[in-house]
Design a protein around this ligand. Structure first.
Ligand SMILES: *[C@@H]1O[C@H](CO)[C@@H](O)[C@H](O)[C@H]1NC(C)=O
Ligand SMILES: *[C@@H]1O[C@H](CO)[C@@H](O)[C@H](O)[C@H]1NC(C)=O
Length: 508
């Protein structure tokens, strides 16, 4: 008996030791995790270089949402570990773009992607949701125009900057024709079971621009009514019920579009301009796709300018905002208004403003992008089209296809808190050498085609880059769906709690 007691008490000691070790390791792990999180939690200025041969990396956006997002979808993130620590050190140290050659990550990669074709099932929504908004009327059975013969025109002016819905839908329609370009990234399939993604062709930005004004004696405006109809229609579809919307793609590029419907359709992947108006559980870097604005300023063809022939150092033209995000604009105005080679004026570009802005941007070395009432604007894409090196002061900005492009190669990022310090910005910009500027200007000319919208789409233009970005989301969608469906063949469980599997919170 005595011997037995001895054995069991040594067992207890052993167990206690084991428990102690376990606890210590856990504590150490948690601490190291926090350390990694903290050291990567630095907005902008830092190059988040991709690991070699790694295609599917999410970006760290450094926004205040980051920590919360970890909780939202902890199964897909792991973003913090993917930062190359050498680069981090260097990025933290450096004052501006260094001379080190770094390849824009899309090159090479996209050529591999030529074979990557995404299969899309597009709902045949009634025309009032898409081309009907362009005053096109279906004749015959099809709800779609024959885009080989007749493409309904999208309204011009400021509408165009959010016309992504139009270009993507045209691309899906065109993919069916035998004469479709070879370098396509999308192909329409008629059987939804064979599709990678279910595309919802609602022109939500146009619906917002056209119908969001309420007439005096109406309770709801046309835009709200259309969104209600869409939610009702979608949630009744077999495809939606099958996945809960997780494999659906919905367009909401205008920050105010889908204001009502998005709270109901959020399991889907959205195409957005930024996350400014979205809580992180509704939209985030992991789930959603950021698309560029269509620039309003014409492309600068045969740009023969040089550092010395662009007389203006820094250019800004924009509306003045008093809301929280836009305060920096006023501060910067007071800091910069007396600098001789800085153009800083308020007023949004209207119809005749485009010509002036075109001349202004083409005559400037650097173009300012300051957060307005949303973190993004078409100004960045106007600057790229003008080969005017963008200076981005917008801590919560999201950039299109940032998982394959290193924007620090051709943009300058400045934290808002730094930018509004006296003389900080102007000294920083003046400190950028002709050689550095020229390198970035050359890079702008190399990458500008990634932000051009075409019909038919061209190799690696904005249309195809957006589809490729969508394609990179597909594996994560699959994972979510498959996890969700594990028990689909089991008899239904009485216990509600067991119906969905919880996401893993840790590694053991
Ligand atoms: C659609 O595809 C699935 C899977 O490939 C197949 O089982 C089904 O029969 C197809 N449906 C039609 C109508 O062709
Ligand atoms: C660029 O080309 C245009 C016309 O082709 C010419 O008018 C202009 O002077 C040139 N600018 C420079 C800086 O060479």
């Amino acid at each position: 008996m005595g011997e037995r007691k001895g054995v069991s008490s040594s067992k207890v000691v052993f167990r206690k030791l084991l428990l102690f070790f376990f606890t210590m390791t856990s504590v150490l792990f948690v601490l190291s995790w926090f350390y990694v999180m903290r050291s990567t939690y630095r907005p902008h200025f830092i190059e988040y270089s991709l690991l070699p041969n790694s295609k599917h990396l999410s970006t760290l956006d450094g926004s205040k949402y980051d920590m919360q997002k970890q909780n939202v979808d902890s199964s897909f993130g792991n973003r913090a570990i993917l930062v190359d620590s050498e680069d981090l050190k260097e990025g933290g140290r450096r004052k501006g773009p260094n001379g080190k050659e770094k390849v824009v990550k899309h090159r090479g990669k996209c050529h591999q992607n030529d074979e990557l074709v995404i299969k899309v099932y597009m709902y045949d929504l009634p025309a009032e949701f898409h081309f009907g908004l362009l005053d096109w009327k279906p004749n015959g059975k099809s709800v779609w125009p024959d885009v080989r013969n007749n493409i309904p025109g999208y309204p011009g002016g400021l509408n165009l900057q959010h016309s992504i819905e139009f270009w993507l839908t045209l691309d899906v329609l065109a993919s069916e024709f035998p004469e479709a370009p070879k370098a396509r990234t999308v192909i329409r399939v008629q059987n939804s079971s064979e599709a990678d993604i279910i595309y919802v062709p609602f022109f939500s930005s146009l619906s917002y621009n056209r119908y969001s004004k309420r007439r005096p004696n109406e309770m709801k405006n046309g835009n709200m009514i259309l969104q209600e109809k869409l939610v009702k229609h979608l949630t009744a579809q077999e495809e939606w019920k099958r996945s809960g919307g997780k494999d659906h793609l919905i367009l909401a590029h205008h920050p105010n579009s889908m204001l009502d419907a998005r709270m109901k359709l959020w399991p889907a992947t959205f195409i957005l301009s930024d996350f400014g108006r979205y809580p992180p559980n509704i939209a985030n870097v992991e789930k959603d796709v950021i698309a560029p604005y269509k620039h309003l300023i014409p492309s600068y063809l045969n740009d023969n300018s040089t550092f010395d022939t662009r007389p203006t150092l820094l250019y800004f033209q924009g509306a003045i905002y008093r809301k929280d995000g836009g305060l920096a604009r006023q501060e910067l105005f007071y800091l910069l208004k007396n600098e001789k080679d800085v153009h800083f004026s308020f007023g949004s570009i209207g119809k005749d403003g485009i010509k002036k802005a075109t001349e202004g941007m083409r005559a400037s070395k650097f173009c300012l992008n300051i957060a307005g009432d949303t973190p993004s604007s078409n100004r960045l894409f106007d600057a790229i089209a003008s080969h005017c090196v963008p200076v981005i002061i917008s801590d919560a900005i999201e950039l299109p296809y940032e998982d394959v492009i290193d924007y620090s190669e051709f943009c300058i990022f400045v934290r808002t808190t730094d930018a509004i310090k006296e003389n900080f910005l102007i000294n920083f910009i003046r400190g950028i050498s002709k050689k550095e500027w020229t390198r970035m200007w050359n890079m702008l000319k190399e990458i500008e085609h990634l932000f051009e919208f075409h019909f038919p789409s061209k190799e690696n233009d904005a249309v195809q880059m957006i589809w490729q970005a969508v394609a990179r989301k597909v594996p994560a969608m699959r994972l979510k769906l498959n996890r969700h469906g594990r028990f689909s063949r089991s008899p239904p469980s009485a216990d509600k709690e067991l119906k969905s599997i919880p996401l893993p919170r840790n590694f053991w």
